[in-house]
Design a protein around this ligand. Structure first.
Ligand code: HEC
Ligand code: HEC
Length: 391
């Protein structure tokens, strides 16, 4: 029996066949048998030219170039793990996967369907709909600055890292509703992906394309969705100044001491500079007479602590003007509705945060807060070619 394990075996098989053909011709002069052997040799040779047979990718160069996201010094470090450093080709692979319907069960949706770049990477809907048209229970989240999140992703923080998170939407029955073995197969047999995986991770063979590498590249892509060049940042860097209204809004937001303005309390939960405390609170969105009665238990379902029921992550307010409607259930349609919510006392429940109370903000105060929130807008990342939908 002839066992073909690699390219060398293959070439030696061809050589043996050619030699055998010559010997048969010399000894028997039997043309029929010689033609048969020649045809067989050609068949073997043609198989050899088809890269699908052994999936070898080593002829494609692998020369990773690291990517520097240029994070200003007053911001924390990104959550980049040591075994998944940012590289241009890693991000580029993630970019292709993020925008590609190949990750969905019926080829109709991608991550970008629910995370549009021009809506701060949300979908503009109260709750998201998956490939089967089934509405989820929660609103899509902005992916802006998601690479800073340390205390768990999703509204309830149930996913520890971007690397683990990226595996989930693909198999979620109300999202992309696919299965990874099928997708790995499609990626291995795709015209372009084997090369993209080779360049990103140096794999030697198509068979090394896995969901883990796909997730790593999606994580890299999402880590560079950075909105860190807003007017607020330029003020922090001393390059610009707030105008009068923005300054009043900022003072309200951070409860500036010594001012005669009321405390808006925002910064306790949406702490600057990232405009999030990266922590979980009950901000009075759900009414419940006891701790078991919340429609969405949120954080409590993850930790198993009754006192965490009804709590959700306070998300970043950077680029908040582009991600309406707001909150985990999409129940507040506009920033005005959000401010009216905080200016009321929210819906009652036993663990509603004490900061959710009547703030006594006037229409002028609300206008000032909106002016300040606008200074957290920075859409320059949309110009980054590594974030754009591939042609
Ligand atoms: C059907 C719509 C839909 C699709 C498709 C989808 N997402 Fe999401 N995404 C959501 C929703 C809804 C949430 C919030 C879910 C929750 O909290 O339970 C979310 C949350 C996230 C978060 C957490 C963000 C944060 O700040 O914690 C990340 C990261 C994310 N999605 C990435 C992806 C990636 C990567 C893909 C593609 C592999 C994807 N999503 C596909 C709807 C979607
Ligand atoms: C006690 C903590 C707390 C305080 C104080 C607070 N927030 Fe929030 N904020 C949250 C939490 C938690 C959420 C998410 C709640 C949910 O979806 O269930 C949230 C959500 C939001 C959202 C929606 C984000 C999105 O992506 O949908 C906006 C906008 C917002 N807050 C603005 C403000 C402003 C402005 C203030 C000050 C007037 C403020 N918050 C005060 C905790 C707080």
């Amino acid at each position: 029996m002839i066992l073909i394990k690699n390219n060398d075996d293959f070439t030696s098989l061809q050589t043996k066949l050619v030699n055998l053909t010559l010997i048969v011709w010399m000894s028997t002069k039997n043309l029929g048998f010689v033609f048969f052997l020649l045809a067989f040799t050609l068949l073997v040779a043609s198989c050899d030219d088809d890269p699908d047979v052994d999936g070898d990718l080593t002829s494609i160069p692998y020369s990773p170039v690291s990517y520097d996201p240029n994070i200003p010094s007053y911001l924390p470090k990104l959550t980049t793990p040591a075994d998944n450093p940012l590289t241009v080709d890693g991000i580029n692979l993630g970019r292709h996967l993020f925008y590609d319907n190949i990750l969905s069960g019926n080829g109709t949706m991608s991550c970008a369907s629910c995370h549009h770049p021009d809506k701060s990477f949300t979908d503009g809907l109260p709750v998201s709909f998956g490939i089967d048209g089934i509405g989820g229970r929660r609103s899509s989240m902005s992916l802006v600055n998601v690479g800073f999140t340390k205390n768990g992703l999703f509204w309830d923080g149930r996913s520890p890292t971007l690397e683990t998170q990226a595996l989930l939407p693909v198999t979620d029955p109300i999202e992309l509703h696919a299965n990874w073995p099928d997708i790995e197969n499609k990626l291995r047999n795709h015209e372009d992906y084997p090369t993209l995986f080779r360049k990103a991770f140096g794999i030697k063979n198509k068979s090394e394309i896995t969901k883990e590498l796909a997730a790593k590249s999606l994580a890299q892509f999402q880590r560079i969705i950075l909105s860190i060049n807003s007017k607020y940042d330029r003020v922090v860097q001393g390059k610009e100044k707030f105008d009068d209204l923005e300054l009043i809004g900022f003072s309200l937001f951070i409860d500036l001491e010594g001012s005669d303005l009321p405390d808006a309390e925002c910064h306790h939960c949406h702490t600057l500079d990232l405009a999030t405390a990266d922590a979980f609170f009950n901000n009075g969105l759900q009414a419940s007479s006891d701790l078991n009665g919340f429609k969405d238990a949120g954080r409590g379902a993850v930790t198993g602590h009754l006192a965490d029921n009804g709590k959700m992550r306070a998300p970043t307010l950077r680029n908040i003007m582009f991600s309406a409607p707001y909150m985990h259930d999409g129940s507040l349609k506009s920033i005005d509705e959000v401010l009216n919510h905080y200016n009321g006392h929210g819906k009652s429940s036993p663990n509603k945060d004490p900061l959710i109370r009547n703030l006594e903000l006037t229409p002028f105060h609300k206008e000032a807060l909106v002016a300040f929130l606008n200074t957290l807008t920075d859409t320059s990342y949309l110009q980054n070619p590594l974030l754009k939908k591939p042609n």
